[in-house]
Design a protein around this ligand. Structure first.
Ligand SMILES: Cc1cc2nc3c(=O)[nH]c(=O)nc-3n(C[C@H](O)[C@H](O)[C@H](O)COP(=O)(O)OP(=O)(O)OC[C@H]3O[C@@H](n4cnc5c(N)ncnc54)[C@H](O)[C@@H]3O)c2cc1C
Length: 389
């Protein structure tokens, strides 16, 4: 016989979507319990996204989570776009009045844990959703001590990424695009060689110079799917980055340093619609995945839970179901915009084996870099559309 607990919202997954939702609900007077299969330390240390768009920063600030971000994060006015022989700066602030912030997902996660607003069970197993179309759905799971538990709720938020059980509880249509390349990502203990991110098109493939702090750099290389990181010793990584990022071009230098993490990230897009079924609401990677070229994954998760928290507070505090009813459509409008932008950036910058495509990419890059209309389109999407877009 399972032990029984009760809450208003059962949240599955303690990634940024799950913990931020718990925090926003807590501020709105709604109780929530978060269930997570991994340990708190494991979730906090996962190296993933690093760019916050302006609406994410505004949301985190308005939720009382902006202090360390403003102190330790780095505001960037824009990005560099480059191809062999040319580098152009796009100034988002001049173009749209909005900036982006470099602040790692690990730091957002630490701030959410430090806020102490989430009641969370870590290292749980056998998570299952039940009676999702009833007013009183529930979740069963086995806790870290091996005790079978039942969590009764009024709503379930599926924030458990693309491998969790929640998305299977929503009968849905899925849309998917698998790209024929991956990213080899490294984290290095070396000061960034650039003040803002460099997105580089090169005949060998795309490269990105990003960063996490004044002393930690994050860099990526386009590689074929199925690449084994073991085939990329550190010297080979730095040599290829230097070539693709234009070491020596106009006196610019890429400074190598000790690599502390190396991984391969396949590139795919995935959207599941609708994002709600009965009393189960999906948010973040549970409903959609984007390739990281547009820096949208974490920002979409934040935008989803901003909308979902308002909908659940209206439903459970005021008894008003209107926002819950429109949540899926409201969230998907922005999801598809970001999915399109991520696809657009990805296909503009990643090199295939068709020389015709390469010429189209170069033509588009020249247009974006030289036309104010082209630059503004990229800037508006990259720096982020309003949460309710
Ligand atoms: C390797 C990698 C690199 C990335 N790099 C970038 C990047 O550079 N830029 C960018 O913008 N985005 C990047 N992303 C995407 C970004 O990190 C995600 O979009 C973001 O983490 C989404 O947050 P989330 O809370 O929805 O999902 P997640 O962060 O995946 O959190 C889901 C949580 O649910 C938990 N869970 C899973 N199954 C269960 C279960 N059965 N029961 C309970 N809990 C469960 C998981 O352990 C996890 O903690 C990357 C993603 C990955 C995987």
């Amino acid at each position: 016989m399972a032990e029984r607990m009760r809450t208003q919202v059962a949240i599955i997954g303690a990634g940024p979507a799950g913990l931020l939702l718990a925090h926003l609900l807590h501020r709105g007077g709604v109780d929530a319990v978060v269930l997570e299969t991994r340990s708190q330390e494991y979730v906090a240390a996962r190296i993933r996204a690093g760019i916050l768009e302006s609406s994410s920063v505004e949301l985190l600030e308005s939720a009382g989570l902006g202090d360390r971000l403003r102190r330790e994060g780095h505001e960037h006015r824009g990005i560099y776009l480059q191809w062999p022989g040319e580098r152009h700066h796009l100034d988002f602030v001049d173009l749209t009045g909005r900036s982006v912030w470099v602040y790692g997902q690990t730091e957002v996660q630490k701030d959410l844990v430090a806020a102490g607003t989430a009641v969370a069970f870590y290292e749980v197993s056998e998570v299952e959703l039940h009676d999702v179309t009833a007013d009183r759905p529930y979740v069963t799971f086995v806790d870290a001590e091996g005790v079978a538990q039942r969590l009764d709720a009024e709503a379930i938020a599926g924030c458990d990424g693309s491998f969790g059980p929640s998305r299977h509880a929503v009968p849905a249509q899925t849309f998917e695009r698998v790209y024929p390349y991956s990213w080899l990502g490294i984290l290095a203990d070396v000061a960034p060689s650039t003040d803002e991110l460099i997105y580089a098109w090169h005949p060998h493939g795309f490269a990105l110079h990003s960063m996490r702090s004044e002393t930690v750099s994050r860099l990526y290389l386009q590689v074929p799917n199925g690449t084994d990181p073991a085939d990329w010793p550190d010297d080979r990584v730095w040599e290829e980055l230097a070539t693709r990022l234009g070491h020596g071009q106009d006196g610019w230098k890429l400074t190598p340093g000790p690599i502390t993490d190396k991984s391969v990230l396949p590139m795919r897009s995935y959207v599941q619609t609708p994002m709600r079924h009965g009393r189960v609401f999906l948010a973040g990677d549970a409903a959609h995945i984007v390739p990281p070229t547009g820096a949208k994954g974490l920002n979409l998760a934040i935008a989803d839970v901003a909308l979902l928290s308002r909908a659940l507070i209206a439903l459970l505090v005021d008894g008003d179901a209107a926002l819950a009813g429109s949540y899926s459509d409201d969230a998907l409008r922005r999801v598809w915009r970001c999915t399109h932008f991520s696809w657009w950036m990805t296909t503009m910058l990643h090199v295939g084996d068709d020389p015709f495509d390469a010429q189209l990419q170069l033509s588009q890059l020249r247009w974006v870099a030289s036309s104010e209309a082209g630059a503004r389109g990229l800037a508006e999407n990259y720096a982020g559309l309003p949460i309710g877009f």
